[in-house]
Design a protein around this ligand. Structure first.
Ligand code: THU
Length: 139
């Protein structure tokens, strides 16, 4: 963490703000994700659905895509994810794998903050995706 690193509260607020931009008319399940990087940068994403339901993009995947489109290839230190329910949600399996790509590229094991209305559950990506397959696995 640098002096410029936003605190977890700011990351959580960023995830909540991202959820407010969700395009989820089919599930009515808005999700927000916020990624914090070692340089203090924060990149957010939200879920984007489609009339062809199976094409929905998850919030975490959108956030990773935006970050990588900005040129980021590592430094992922923390991820906050929030959904609409009473309980925190964890990233889906596909998003764990997508997050792992960026994390492994930079050699980090990001904190994952699963944010509910009244509670934040803290875990790590390696706990959510043990023995992950990633770029290093390709030799
Ligand atoms: N969703 C996410 O954005 N992230 C997850 O980790 C789980 C699910 C979205 C996909 C879909 O738009 C809605 O939540 C309901 O599954």
């Amino acid at each position: 963490m640098t002096d410029q690193t936003p605190p977890d509260e700011d990351l959580i607020a960023a995830a909540r703000a991202a959820a407010a931009q969700s395009y989820s008319p089919y599930s009515n399940f808005p999700v927000g994700a916020a990624l914090r990087f070692a340089d203090g940068g924060v990149v957010t994403g939200t879920n984007i659905e489609n009339a062809s339901y199976g094409l929905a993009l998850c919030a975490e995947t959108v956030a990773v895509a935006l970050a990588m489109a900005q040129g980021r290839r590592g430094g992922l230190e923390a991820v906050a994810v929030t959904g609409p329910g009473d309980e925190p949600i964890t990233p889906c399996g596909r998003c764990r794998q997508v997050l792992n790509e960026l994390a492994q590229l930079g050699g980090t094991d990001p904190q994952v903050l699963c944010v509910g209305p009244d509670e934040v559950r803290r875990t790590t990506l390696s706990a959510l995706l043990p023995d992950a397959f990633g770029p290093a696995s390709l030799g």
